[in-house]
Design a protein around this ligand. Structure first.
Ligand SMILES: [Fe+2]
Length: 283
């Protein structure tokens, strides 16, 4: 951590302690975490084939169910996801905050199963999914709900002979990400969208034929202060925190979602929960 970052965090923590009192505290704990921003983002690339013009990919991430995020809140989210009528739905990790203490119930399976996408539903592991011995539990849960896991794997989506690749790496912090394995058998001429939980993985992905990386994990910092910005983000969400980035020389497009839930602290301030709807466009 450099000196500037250190001072920013100390100063920010001080302001937070003073500022998050009374009404502000109520707002940050009870109100903002329930405000959903739906971001509509155009992904423009020469590699988008005609059949994929205006193709809709919906990303949701980091729900952290069980930590100040209930099944009832998730049910509302599922309704909002389905209202978008997406072609593809992707989940980019951290479904349950602590799998060790969370008991999965049928209602969660049913809700995940109710999520609709014309061409399929895909997910990748986040660090919280692997943590607390959640690896098998989460796999079973998503298997039962019609979501396909991309753990260093890929799928080709075919529409009338036009195609895109959707690929995903295992979680970087607690899994075994292997981008070389991920690319085995992938037609590199096609538009390739990578799902990677930790956004800073872009530093590796940018040197591979990835056109677009979609990530979460950062929560956008959860608490942002005017003039200061975010105070803290988790490891591997330190360089890329929120929104759109152009990375490397090719360049690769990176989009980092602020995610849905909260972790560590149950607050959001100037950093609303986010669900993102990408639309593919030809150049
Ligand atoms: Fe995470």
């Amino acid at each position: 951590m450099n000196r500037r970052t250190f001072l920013k965090r100390i100063f920010g923590s001080f302001i937070t302690l003073i500022g998050l009192s009374g009404g502000t505290y109520y707002y940050a704990k009870e109100l903002e975490p329930n405000m959903l921003d739906i971001h509509y983002v155009d992904i423009i690339s020469k590699k988008v084939m005609s059949a994929f013009e205006n193709y809709k990919i919906l990303q949701f991430s980091d729900t952290h169910i069980g930590f100040h995020y209930s099944i009832e809140q998730f049910e509302k989210l599922v309704r909002k996801i389905n209202a978008e009528n997406a072609d593809l739905v992707v989940f980019t990790g951290d479904l349950i905050d602590n799998p060790r203490t969370y008991t999965v119930n049928q209602r969660l399976v049913t809700l995940l199963d109710q999520i609709q996408a014309k061409d399929g539903k895909y997910w990748i592991y986040g660090n919280h999914d692997h943590g607390g011995y959640g690896t098998n539990m989460l796999k079973e849960l998503f298997d039962q709900s019609g979501f396909e896991l991309l753990q260093n794997g890929h799928r080709q989506i075919n529409k009338n002979g036009d195609m895109i690749n959707i690929i995903g790496v295992d979680d970087v912090l607690l899994g075994k990400p292997d981008i070389n394995q991920t690319f085995q058998g992938v037609d590199q001429n096609l538009l390739t969208i990578l799902l990677a939980h930790e956004p800073d993985y872009a530093e590796i992905a940018k040197d591979y034929p990835v056109d677009i990386q979609l990530s979460g994990h950062s929560h956008g910092g959860q608490v942002q202060l005017p003039l200061i910005g975010y105070l803290y983000t988790p490891h591997l969400a330190e360089k890329y925190v929120e929104g759109y980035y152009s990375v490397g020389n090719r360049p690769m497009q990176l989009y980092v979602s602020r995610g849905i839930g909260t972790t560590r602290l149950p607050y959001r301030f100037f950093c609303k929960p986010e669900m993102t709807v990408y639309q593919l466009k030809q150049n």
